[in-house]
Design a protein around this ligand. Structure first.
Ligand SMILES: C[S@@+](CC[C@H](N)C(=O)[O-])C[C@H]1O[C@@H](n2cnc3c(N)ncnc32)[C@H](O)[C@@H]1O
Length: 219
């Protein structure tokens, strides 16, 4: 998916992936994973997700990266803190006490300018990307990691020939291909979403739809 595809969706307010509340499995998974209360969390392809605010309340520092200015303006409007505005390496960067929002292409994020996160939170991010970009995206996540960074990664699995992405089907085998050299994989959550996300049936999905969340822990 080209950046222009996403910009056009934001322009038309065609943001059907957005949830008005926090992603339901997040609080429980956060607790199960026992992340530190003073964690720094990186949220690639963050959109205007309510999870950013939840994470800011449950961790120390949240770094969101998103190409859409419109999305980030809405995050800023909802957040109670004051934001300063700066530029760095071609990105516009908005900073508050608990949040840092980088506006630009995540694949070109200057990793040396980012605090190595304790947690990377990928929600509707790897599944937003077509197969030919995912290896580069996965490598970028790895490049952002410090020694002890853990990654939460949300995926969908379905028969790709039944429906066009996004969201794309990203099989567990593919996740292993991208990450198994450096990380172990723990399945934290698995649910059938076939009957819950009926809009996908209107797009052709007819067999199954599984949603999974993995915790990747450094080896
Ligand atoms: C499916 S949405 C998910 C947004 C958010 N994670 C959520 O759960 O609401 C994907 C988001 O990624 C953004 N995006 C796509 N490619 C990007 C890139 N290369 N760099 C930064 N943001 C990107 C899009 O603008 C869009 O907001």
């Amino acid at each position: 998916m080209e950046i222009s595809y996403w910009q056009s969706r934001w322009r038309k307010n065609n943001t059907g992936w957005h949830m008005d509340d926090v992603y339901p499995p997040l609080p429980q998974i956060w607790e199960q994973a026992s992340f530190k209360a003073d964690a720094t969390v990186l949220v690639p392809l963050c959109g205007k997700s309510m999870d950013l605010h939840w994470l800011a309340d449950h961790a120390q520092h949240v770094i969101g990266v998103e190409v859409s200015q419109k999305a980030l303006q809405q995050v800023i409007q909802k957040h109670p803190e004051h934001f300063s505005k700066d530029t760095s390496h071609g990105f516009t960067v908005y900073r508050s006490q608990s949040m840092e929002l980088w506006e630009g292409d995540f694949l070109t994020l200057p990793t040396s300018e980012i605090t190595p996160p304790d947690v990377i939170y990928d929600k509707a991010a790897i599944v937003a990307l077509p197969p030919d970009v995912r290896a580069e995206y996965a490598q970028k996540l790895i490049d952002c990691c410090g020694e002890n960074t853990q990654i939460l990664l949300q995926t969908f699995e379905y028969k790709q020939d039944e429906m066009n992405g996004p969201p794309f089907s990203v099989e567990e085998d593919e996740i292993r291909q991208h990450f198994a050299k450096e990380f172990s994989l723990r399945l934290m959550y698995e649910q059938s979403k076939f009957n819950k996300l009926r809009k996908f049936q209107q797009r052709g999905l007819s067999s199954y739809l599984r949603e999974k969340i993995f915790l990747l822990e450094p080896l």
